[in-house]
Design a protein around this ligand. Structure first.
Ligand SMILES: Cc1cc2nc3c(=O)[nH]c(=O)nc-3n(C[C@H](O)[C@H](O)[C@H](O)COP(=O)(O)O)c2cc1C
Ligand SMILES: O=C(O)C(=O)c1ccccc1
Length: 364
């Protein structure tokens, strides 16, 4: 582990790291990271759901040794905490995705690399040393998507995470108001040249929303999953599932399920991911692994999600705040603090192993 700077060691929780991260960002980047769609009901709902759910801890369970280890798709993790895909880590830190990847590797975690990274896949793959999944936005240019999938495989990705909740970007109104734009020194090497980006209309609203709309495929359906299946031997995870109906379809199509509302950035007033989890666990009925993201900032959040059937949880903004606060060391600090909180929460719930976390621990 890299040695955290003085500010980072003074951060005793993820809220402290968030404050440090926010302070390091300009308005353009901060509004991009922090925003949710429209009135941000879902953004707040993701957090509120954890505060409402209460624990039913068990006593006298011998917690002299607590083991937080688990696996995702056969990959051993130090704890059930991974990093969700987010675009443009170069907005947070000059080391961009390389810092995040090195932190995931150093902490025995797993990073999900966004299609819209500022760093080429092969560079991130080398830094992550196998501790990465690749997140796919399917482009209208299917050939380019096919090449990207091949590159991800060749770079050591262990899964393909296909994001299904964003045929269009939700309206993050601060980004519209202040015309969010990717700074000139950053590019998105997996999707298009800077030239293509420059051609996208920027006179009105968020450059990002226009750019995204121009690139991604909006016509994809369940039937087209066979096409995706034929492109890769990697496990496929569908990210953005919020209902039992879609979870059932995902499992029928041989996919794993990532419960998410995109951090409240897509459909405002969509159900919180944590509230959606129980019906999804029922519908999947053990046929696939289930992951969850959205609003995770405390060890007890991790514990509740895992107790109710998530194999692992993933950090979106929390990882970005750490990255902005201190690059690789900042992301490591985020992961370490949360893992330590999770371990203590397990002990105080009378759970010595992750398998001991069961739904009986949670009163919804
Ligand atoms: C700044 C930002 C960029 C994101 N970019 C992507 C992306 O490129 N692909 C994707 O599937 N999800 C993306 N997401 C959604 C995250 O993967 C994740 O679902 C969400 O952030 C989880 O909520 P949290 O931020 O409360 O942890 C992004 C989220 C944020 C905050
Ligand atoms: O901002 C996002 O939530 C997101 O998913 C995204 C990714 C790439 C480009 C634009 C938006």
């Amino acid at each position: 582990m890299t040695t955290p700077g003085p500010d980072l060691t003074h951060a005793v929780n993820l809220a402290d790291l968030e404050a440090l991260g926010r302070a390091a960002l300009d308005r353009n980047a901060l509004e991009y990271y922090a925003s949710g769609a429209n009135d941000e009901h879902t953004l707040r709902g993701n957090h509120a759901a954890y505060a409402r759910a209460r624990l039913r801890p068990r006593m006298l369970a011998d917690v002299s040794g607590v083991d937080t280890a688990t696996t995702v798709l056969g990959l051993a993790l130090g704890s059930p905490i991974g990093i969700a895909p987010s675009a443009f880590h170069g907005l947070a830190h000059p080391d961009a995705e390389r810092a995040t990847a090195r932190a995931a590797h150093a902490r025995n975690s797993v990073m999900t690399l966004s299609t819209f990274s500022n760093t080429p896949i092969e560079t991130v793959g080398a830094d992550a040393q196998g501790r990465f999944w690749f997140q796919l936005y399917l482009l209208r240019d299917r050939d380019l998507s096919r090449q990207t999938i091949e590159q991800a495989e060749a770079s050591g990705a262990r899964a393909l995470v296909f994001t299904v909740d964003a045929p269009y970007l939700g309206r993050r109104e601060a980004n519209e108001r202040h015309r969010f734009a990717l700074p000139a020194h950053l590019s998105a090497p997996n999707v298009a040249s800077r030239d293509a980006l420059a051609q996208v209309e920027t006179d009105s609203g968020s450059q990002l929303a226009n750019y995204f709309q121009h690139l991604v495929d909006k016509a994809f359906t369940w039937r087209d999953l066979d096409w995706l299946r034929a492109q890769t031997r990697l496990p496929i995870v569908l990210k953005g599932i919020l209902t039992a109906e879609d979870a059932h379809l995902a499992a029928e199509h041989g996919c794993h399920v990532w419960v998410s509302n995109h951090g409240g950035r897509q459909l405002d007033t969509a159900i919180s991911s944590f509230e959606a989890l129980p019906e999804i666990v029922d519908a999947v009925a053990g046929r696939a692994e289930i992951y969850l993201d959205g609003g995770i900032t405390r060890g007890t959040d991790v514990l509740k999600a895992v107790a109710l059937g998530a194999r692992a949880v993933f950090l979106g903004r929390a990882a970005l705040w750490g990255l902005a606060a201190g690059g690789q060391a900042g992301v490591e600090r985020t992961l370490t603090l949360l893992e330590d909180e999770f371990r203590l929460a397990m002990a105080l719930c009378g759970a010595a192993r992750v398998e001991d976390l069961t739904p009986a621990l949670v009163r919804l």
